[in-house]
Design a binder for this molecule. Structure first.
Ligand SMILES: *Cc1c(COP(=O)(O)O)cnc(C)c1O
Length: 390
C-alpha cells in the first residue's frame, strides 16, 4: 500500500525554520566547530529544588496515578487563583475562570479550534511567536498579520488594522514581555487592546509566558488588571519560563468563563487532564516565590547588559530590554537574516535565530537568547564581532 499524501493543513504550514537551523548546526559540528547555541529560549537553570521534591512526594501517592481532572487538578487551580490575586490583584474563580494545559502551547493551539470557522480571521503579530500562526492555520483561519515596530517600542497600533479585517476577526494574539523582540508594555496598552476587542467582538489571547522574567524593577502587568478585560480576554501562562520547568509541560489560562469553557470543550475531545503529581508540584511552585527566580533574573540581566554593551560598541544601539530571555537587533549590511545566521553558524559555531522566522517584519533582525553562562556569551561575541561590525 501507498501512504496517502499529508493533509494540506500540514503541507501548507507557514515556513518553519527550526529544522533549517538544526541542519546548519549539525553541519558546523561535523566540521569540528565548537557550538554555542543562543537560539532557543531554554536557559540551563535547574527547576528550584523544593518543586522537584514536591513532585517526588506526589508521585508516591497512588491517588495521583489516575486520569487527571480535565479542567486541572483542583488544588492547582486554586493555587493559580491565589497567585493571580497576590501577583496581579486580579480575582479568578478557580472553578470557572481557570484551566490547565500540558504547556501553554497546548492551550494556545486549542483557542482557534474553539472559535474559528473556515475563513474567520485570526490576527497575528508580525514579528511574533510562530505558534500563533500555526495554531490558527490548523483551525483553517484566515491569517492576517499586524505589524509591531521598533519606532513604537513594538506596540501595535490598533487603528492600523483595517475595519473590514477587524470585523471578520475572532481572535487577536498579543504577547508581552514579547518573544522575539523582548518588548514590554504598561497597563495602558491593555486598555487600548480591550477597547479594540470590545468594539469588534474579538477574543484577546494574551500570552504572558515571560511575565516573571523581568529586570530593573519593571513589573509586567496582566491583561486582566484592566477593566473589561475579563469580558473579552484570556491570558496564557506557563511554569516553563517562570520556574525553569520547560520539560515539565505545565501551563494554564485564566480569563473569561465562556472562553475557558470553550478551551475545556476542545480539551475534552483531544486531550485529557495532566498528571496530578506534576500539577501538585505546580501548587508548590506558585505557593511561594522562590529565591532562585530573583537570582536567575539577576544573571539574565548581567548577560543582557553585556550583550547590549557589545552591540553599542559595534554601533548597534538598542534599549536594554526589561523582560524575556532575548536581545533582538538589526544586523548590519545584510537584510537576509536566514543567510546571515546560517553563515555565522557554519563559520563560527554560534547559533542565533533569524528574524524572518517570526514573520516578514522580522527580516533584517536576529534574536539572541541569553541562555548560556556569561563566559560562553562573551566567547560567542568574540566570534560574532566581525560579522556585526557596521
Ligand atoms: C516558551 C513560550 C511559550 C511556550 O511555553 P510552554 O508552556 O512551554 O508550552 C509560549 N509563548 C511564548 C511566547 C514562549 O516563548
Amino acid at each position: 500500500m501507498k501512504i496517502p499524501d499529508y493533509a494540506d493543513r500540514l503541507k501548507g504550514l507557514p515556513f518553519y525554520l527550526y529544522p533549517t537551523i538544526e541542519v546548519a548546526t549539525e553541519e558546523a559540528a561535523k566540521r569540528g566547530c565548537d557550538i554555542i547555541d543562543l537560539s532557543t529560549g531554554d536557559p540551563q537553570f535547574a527547576t528550584p529544588h523544593h518543586i522537584v521534591q514536591a513532585l517526588q512526594r506526589a508521585c508516591e501517592d497512588p491517588s495521583t496515578h489516575h486520569y487527571g481532572n480535565l479542567r486541572g487538578y483542583s488544588p492547582f487551580r486554586k493555587a493559580i487563583g491565589q497567585w493571580y490575586q497576590r501577583r496581579f490583584g486580579v480575582s479568578a474563580d478557580s472553578d470557572r475562570e481557570v484551566i490547565t494545559f500540558i504547556g501553554s502551547k497546548e492551550g494556545i493551539s486549542f483557542l482557534p479550534l474553539a472559535f474559528i470557522n473556515p475563513g474567520d480571521i485570526a490576527l497575528i503579530p508580525d514579528p511574533g511567536y510562530p505558534t500563533y500562526r500555526y495554531a490558527a492555520a490548523f483551525a483553517n483561519a484566515r491569517l492576517e498579520t499586524f505589524p509591531i515596530r521598533p519606532e513604537k517600542d513594538y506596540e501595535p497600533d490598533f487603528n492600523e488594522i483595517p475595519e473590514s479585517i477587524a470585523r471578520k476577526a475572532k481572535i487577536i494574539f498579543l504577547n508581552y514581555p514579547n518573544n522575539p523582540t523582548a518588548a514590554t508594555v504598561d497597563r495602558d496598552f491593555f486598555k487600548k487592546a480591550v477597547q479594540f476587542a470590545e468594539k469588534y467582538n474579538i477574543v484577546i489571547a494574551h500570552d504572558a509566558a515571560y511575565s516573571e522574567v523581568t529586570f530593573d524593577g519593571y513589573r509586567s502587568p496582566s491583561l486582566l488588571e484592566v477593566e473589561g478585560a475579563k469580558e473579552v480576554g484570556v491570558e496564557f501562562h506557563t511554569l516553563s519560563k517562570t520556574f525553569c520547568m520547560t520539560g515539565w509541560r505545565v501551563g494554564f489560562a485564566v480569563g473569561n468563563a465562556n472562553i475557558i469553557q470553550a478551551l475545556l470543550e476542545v480539551k475534552r475531545v483531544t486531550a485529557s487532564g495532566h498528571f496530578a503529581a506534576i500539577e501538585r508540584a505546580g501548587c508548590e511552585a506558585l505557593g511561594r516565590d522562590p529565591q532562585e527566580l530573583a537570582t536567575n533574573n539577576n544573571q539574565l540581566r548581567v548577560r543582557r547588559d553585556f550583550v547590549v554593551g557589545e552591540l553599542r560598541k559595534l554601533g548597534i544601539d538598542i534599549k536594554p530590554p526589561r523582560g524575556s530571555y532575548y536581545v533582538w537587533f538589526p544586523i548590519p549590511k545584510e537584510r537576509d537574516s536566514l543567510s546571515f545566521v546560517k553563515k555565522v553558524i557554519l563559520e563560527t559555531g554560534v547559533v542565533t535565530f533569524p528574524g524572518i522566522g517570526y514573520g516578514k517584519n522580522g527580516e533584517g533582525y536576529i534574536r539572541i537568547a541569553v541562555v548560556e553562562e556569561l563566559p560562553k556569551i562573551q566567547e560567542a561575541f568574540k566570534r560574532l564581532e566581525p560579522y556585526l561590525r557596521t
